[in-house]
Write a new protein. Structure first.
Ligand code: NDP
Length: 332
């Protein structure tokens, strides 16, 4: 089977030469293990951070070793009780065609309950991030005005819709194209949305939020966070979920320049990691799958085909080629 290795550490934007797709022997499962053929791979923004050799909340990718990440696959051989060929599993041995894994490190998933890609998107890690960010971190209240950046992406699109469904009085989103902006207002039910490439974020947010904002779900950082600090009402709450505008930067960011506003407005800016919120998982799946069934929440996925296109899909996601979750399918 083939697997992706990081072969050099990118500085700034990664280039295809930083990665190599290598053929390796498939190892048969030892006692307590399963052999999995991967069907769908997740590519995620946090993986960019793992390409740097710095101490962070996840270990860096090792050079010349298989990269990893979330994936859904099918058991093809089992030496573990409770697993049989044909079973579908969610696990963290992505970026490769075949994985031999301890059964304790894989989670069964059902193709009858949801499309398998949903376990990487709307019912998966990005979905829980949106849910936990609003429920646990922002402590969303009915009547809040909510601003979401990266709003046509996996986390942002779901965060905006959950805010609407949980009683926000107004939901505003920003995204990087007019087409994405239309998706937000016409399909996701955002009250207002703007294209951050079409003009200054601060001016566009001020126009979209004449009464200010109470919650900011930050996926972007930089000038978006600066604009949100300006727009905040007193006691506003920012969920610092990610800062994708900076992941490929080689210089420290210039914004936000107005952090002092946190004092006068008594703002709360709280960073989050989805892994701290696993106890919300059952409630999250129950609530979100009900909204999907009733049609109140919709989601998009952008699917690239073939293991050889994984790096391009990852880089494309960083550039905004995706709408909703970016996934690589190996089923073609
Ligand atoms: P997305 O599906 O949102 O894909 C990334 C998107 O980022 C692109 O589609 C692009 O959309 C946008 N983007 C890229 N560069 C910029 C830029 N310079 N300014 C504004 N937008 C940009 O990815 P995810 O939903 O998986 O992740 C969204 C955010 O959430 C990331 O910051 C990620 O790190 C974070 N995250 C944090 C977690 C946590 O536990 N804290 C867990 C999961 C995700 P566009 O066309 O609109 O530019």
């Amino acid at each position: 089977g083939r697997e992706w290795h990081l072969v050099s550490r990118p500085r700034g934007w990664p280039v295809p030469e930083d990665f190599a797709l290598r053929e390796v022997p498939v190892r048969r499962p030892a006692d307590g293990e399963v052999l999995i053929r991967n069907l769908h791979l997740s590519v995620d923004p946090y993986m960019r951070g793992r390409m740097n050799d710095v101490k962070s909340y996840v270990a860096p990718f090792a050079l010349d070793e298989p990269m990893d990440g979330a994936a859904v696959g099918e058991v093809v051989e089992s030496a573990a009780a409770g697993f049989s060929p044909g079973d579908h599993v969610l696990h963290s041995f992505g970026w490769r065609e075949y994985a031999t894994a301890e059964a304790a490190r894989v989670t069964p998933v059902s193709a009858e309950l949801a499309p398998l890609t949903a376990y990487l998107s709307v019912l998966g890690m990005t979905g829980l991030t949106a849910y936990a960010g609003l429920v646990d971190v922002a402590e969303l209240r009915e009547g809040d005005v909510v601003f979401v950046s990266g709003a046509a992406g996996a986390v942002g699109g779901q965060a905006g819709q959950i805010a609407r469904l949980k009683g926000a009085s107004r939901v505003i989103g920003s995204a990087g194209s007019d087409e994405k902006v239309r998706l937000l207002t016409e399909e996701y039910g955002f009250d207002a949305a703007f294209n951050y490439r079409a003009g200054p974020v601060g001016e566009q947010l001020a126009a979209a939020a004449p009464d200010g904002i109470d919650v900011y779900f930050d996926n972007v950082g930089g000038d978006h966070l600066e604009a949100a600090l300006d727009a905040f009402n007193v006691h506003g709450r920012a969920v610092i979920c990610g800062m994708i505008s900076q992941y490929n930067a080689t210089e420290p960011p210039a914004a936000p320049r107005n952090l002092m506003l946190t004092v006068g407005k008594r703002l709360r800016l709280q960073g989050m990691l989805v892994r701290d919120h696993q106890e919300l998982q059952p409630r999250f799946v129950e609530e979100v799958s009900a909204w999907i069934r009733s049609g109140e929440l919709t989601y998009r996925e952008t699917v690239a085909e073939g293991i050889e296109n994984t790096v391009d899909a990852f880089l494309g996601m960083l550039r905004g080629l995706n709408t909703g979750k970016m996934i690589v399918s190996l089923t073609g």
